[in-house]
Ligand binder design. Structure first.
Ligand SMILES: [Fe+2]
Ligand SMILES: [Fe+2]
Length: 214
């Protein structure tokens, strides 16, 4: 179906995405979780379970931010040739969001209470980057994905050794995020200078340290 969306259609669609992102268990994955039934955890004590949940909460909020970033960008960026690819990447982020949500439930924990705040901030950043220009907004996607990849690598190292199911989810996410970064660069994303990346690292530190507990 290829009809032009009216302003009202767009608003309803935006609102629907906000709800699907922020309401727990509302995201619909297109691929099943990599934590398949045959992957079984080893016993974890309470501290280990809490630590695993803290890490998965950070990853879940990262995916909330990804949704908001793509949505904000979609609102203002032109991206005529790569819009389809970006939408595909955004759908993979929905999978990540749902997988992290499922895993948090398995760990008897919940998503971050700060998610609406991070959603709003990321939406704004995405919209501004999109308005500045496609090369900046694609560059922003690439830099963000690279940062997420680094986080995931660190989490894979520090997850409790018995947590096999979270590990399965994160490993697939590493593959997907690297692909998203590559897509954005190939589509003409600007490579950001080191000071901009340093600023992004600082922001992500604020996010990770608050969301681990909250
Ligand atoms: Fe993701
Ligand atoms: Fe991604």
């Amino acid at each position: 179906m290829n009809r032009t969306l009216t302003r009202t259609d767009q608003l309803i669609h935006q609102f629907d995405t906000v709800l699907r992102t922020l309401v727990p268990h509302a995201a619909q994955p297109s691929r099943p979780s990599p934590a398949t039934p045959e992957i079984v955890d080893e016993p974890m004590d309470d501290d280990e379970r809490r630590h695993a949940a803290g890490l998965m909460r950070i990853n879940h909020t990262g995916e909330v931010c990804a949704q908001a970033l793509y949505q904000g960008q979609g609102l203002t960026a032109k991206l005529p040739e790569v819009r389809g690819q970006m939408e595909e990447a955004a759908q993979e982020e929905v999978d990540h969001l749902a997988w992290c949500d499922e895993r948090l439930q398995e760990l008897h924990d919940r998503p971050s209470l700060l998610n609406p705040l991070f959603y709003a901030a990321s939406f704004g950043i995405g919209a501004v980057a999109g308005a500045v220009g496609d090369s900046v907004s694609l560059g922003f996607v690439a830099a963000t994905e690279e940062q997420v990849g680094k986080h995931l690598d660190k989490h894979l190292e520090t997850l409790p050794s018995g947590d096999r199911r979270s590990r399965a989810v994160l490993k697939q996410m590493v593959i997907d995020e690297a692909h998203h970064a590559q897509l954005a660069l190939e589509a003409g994303g600007a490579r950001f200078p080191a000071p901009v990346k340093a600023g992004m690292t600082l922001m992500s530190k604020v996010m990770t340290s608050s969301v681990y507990k909250l």
